[in-house]
Structure formats: structure tokens, C-alpha cells
Design a protein around this ligand. Structure first.
Ligand code: MN
Length: 323
């Protein structure tokens, strides 16, 4: 998914609230469309921009794949982030400017590191059909790696275990002694949690903030009911969370140390200031070597300039300030 970020995802203010450790803060995702694919965008939201280094969460589908509707995201660029794709059902083909071509299937992590620049497409397989259901997340890269080279990895060897009535698979980072082999540039965690009827207590790290996105069914987080399409945020200072379900449910647990610096997100770019975004935009528009080339049947996605670079944007006073 290209998952471009728009003004409706991001506020012009820099307020960031931190609830006390006992609070479960529930926010609704925003319904939008990426290409032809209906998605629920849980991050960024006006109420909650980031969870640790996690700065973007699109829940796509479930949708029956047809000629008119499915994952066909044409080549587009990224900087300063990792994309992590995780499917619950269906398949997609990842192609990138490093020459990677990888079929993405349920139970496997697809992780692309953009660094200073990469481009990719996400396309329906030739034998398209069935139901597509999954998530794509972005992880902001820290200063140490965000100017570095792009990279790609695919992981099918993920650790999983039963914790209470939950089946936990660790996608990145570690939880309860389970350690994912996936690359990690900051102290973040991502886990798929299937919850059967019953209760599970998951261990958390007090220094991290966490969030639970419900992908199927509904889950009670401590004593708050959280439905599909909602995100439950848990501030730092907790060492565990209780999950219970009355039906077979599925959610995603993400967490990490609060990101140490404000980030500026525009379109498919994660940076720190407008000059970096402006340069990234110009390099894509003029097709410099920065983002390489993707071997795709689809034409590359073009974008109009950031508002602050255009006379119209300046005249109307549009802003897109960093967090
Ligand atoms: Mn993308």
C-alpha cells in the first residue's frame, strides 16, 4: 500500500497528550481508500500521531479481490521509514527498486527499509481472487539509520506461543521471551494476537507506550470494550494488559519507547522538516536516481507539490507543521 498521508490525518497542532498509566484511550480509525482498496486508518489520527516509532497503521479489507478492487498500488517512493506488511488472508506481490520481488502471504512479515530513498509497488498476484485482509504499518527510522541505504527482508520464521487464551505471534521486537528475527532500528514491538473466548494477560514494558488495534471481532482491554476499527492506546508506566473476548477475535499489539523527536510526515515521506520533504518531492518529480526503478507493469504515481511550496498554498495559509 502506498498509504499516502493527507491533511485529514494530521493536525496542524503539536499537542500530544499522555494519559495516566491506568487509562485506556480509544480512538476510531478513519475510513479511506488507497488505490481501489478500502482501508481503516488507525494512525496517524488527530488524537494520536505515533505509538513509539509506529507512525502509520492502515487496516485493509477484508475485501473480495476483483478486477476493479484489490491491491494494485503503483510504484511510489518512501524515505525515513520502514513499511511492514502483514496479511491475515489473501496474497500480494511486493516489488521494489532494490530488485526484490516477493509474494506476501499470511503469517509472513514483509519489511522494507527506505532510508534515504526507495520505491516499490504492491500488486495483486496473477491468480488474483479470494479475500484480502491485512495491515500495513510504517515505522519511523531513527536519526542513525534514516539517511542510510534501503533494504528489504521477508520473514516467515516468526516466534509464536500461547499466552492464556491468546495465540501471540511476534512480528518485530520481543514479547514474553519471544524474539522476532526481523530488523529493528528502535526499541519497538509488533505482535499479532488472536484471542479466543476467555482472558489473556500480556506482559508490557513500563518504559514503552502501547496500542491495540482490533482487526476482527472485539476485545475488552482491561475494562474497555474495543471494536474492530478502533485503537486502544495505553500510555507508558504499565507492566501488563488484560485482554478478553466473547468471540474469536484478532488484534495487533504495537509498542515502543516514545519517539524522541518530532517527525514531519507528508505523502509517503517521513522526515524532520520541510526542506527534507521538499527535496524528497523534487527528486521523485524529476525522476532522479534517488529512488531507483521498480520493474512494474503499472505507471508510477505522481503527486502535486506540498502546499507550502506552491503559491496557492502560501496564499491560503495552509500549514503542515511537524509534530
Ligand atoms: Mn508504500
Amino acid at each position: 500500500m502506498s498509504g499516502p498521508v493527507s491533511a485529514s490525518d494530521l493536525p496542524a497542532t503539536s499537542e500530544r497528550s499522555t494519559p495516566d498509566p491506568g487509562t485506556v484511550e480509544v480512538t476510531a480509525a478513519r475510513d479511506t481508500v488507497v488505490g481501489t482498496l478500502p482501508v481503516r486508518r488507525a494512525l496517524p489520527r488527530r488524537e494520536r500521531r505515533m505509538v513509539g516509532a509506529w507512525c502509520f497503521l492502515d487496516h485493509m479489507g477484508p475485501v473480495t479481490v476483483t478486477v476493479e478492487q484489490g491491491m494494485d498500488i503503483a510504484p511510489h517512493p518512501h524515505i525515513g521509514l520502514q513499511t511492514l506488511t502483514w496479511l491475515l488472508s489473501g496474497e500480494a506481490v511486493h516489488r521494489d527498486s532494490l530488485g526484490s520481488e516477493q509474494l506476501i502471504r499470511p503469517g509472513e512479515v514483509n519489511l522494507m527499509t527506505a532510508g534515504n530513498g526507495v520505491s516499490h509497488s504492491e500488486e495483486r498476484p496473477e491468480r488474483a481472487g479470494g479475500v484480502l485482509h491485512g495491515v500495513q504499518l510504517w515505522i519511523a527510522q531513527p536519526e542513525e539509520t534514516r539517511h542510510g541505504p534501503a533494504a528489504f527482508e521477508h520473514r516467515a520464521d516468526l516466534p509464536a506461543a500461547e499466552i492464556g487464551s491468546a495465540e501471540v505471534t511476534v512480528l518485530v521486537g520481543d514479547l514474553d521471551g519471544l524474539v522476532s528475527p526481523a530488523r529493528r532500528d528502535t526499541d519497538h514491538l509488533g505482535a499479532d494476537v488472536g484471542v479466543r473466548r476467555g482472558r489473556a494477560t500480556l506482559p508490557l514494558r513500563e518504559g514503552r507506550e502501547h496500542a491495540i488495534a482490533v482487526l476482527e471481532g472485539s476485545v475488552t482491554v482491561d475494562d474497555r470494550f474495543v471494536a474492530t476499527g478502533e485503537l486502544a492506546y495505553l500510555g507508558p508506566g504499565r507492566d501488563e494488559v488484560d485482554l478478553s473476548a466473547r468471540e474469536q477475535s484478532r488484534c495487533l499489539l504495537i509498542g515502543g519507547t516514545p519517539f524522541p523527536e518530532p517527525v514531519l510526515m507528508w505523502w509517503n515521506f517521513v522526515a524532520r522538516d520541510r526542506d527534507e520533504i521538499g527535496a524528497a518531492y523534487r527528486d521523485w518529480s524529476s525522476a532522479t536516481e534517488r529512488y531507483g526503478r521498480v520493474n512494474s507493469r503499472l505507471p508510477r504515481i505522481e503527486v502535486t507539490a506540498p502546499a507550502w511550496l506552491s503559491a496557492a498554498g502560501r496564499a491560503s495559509g495552509q500549514t503542515d507543521r511537524p509534530s
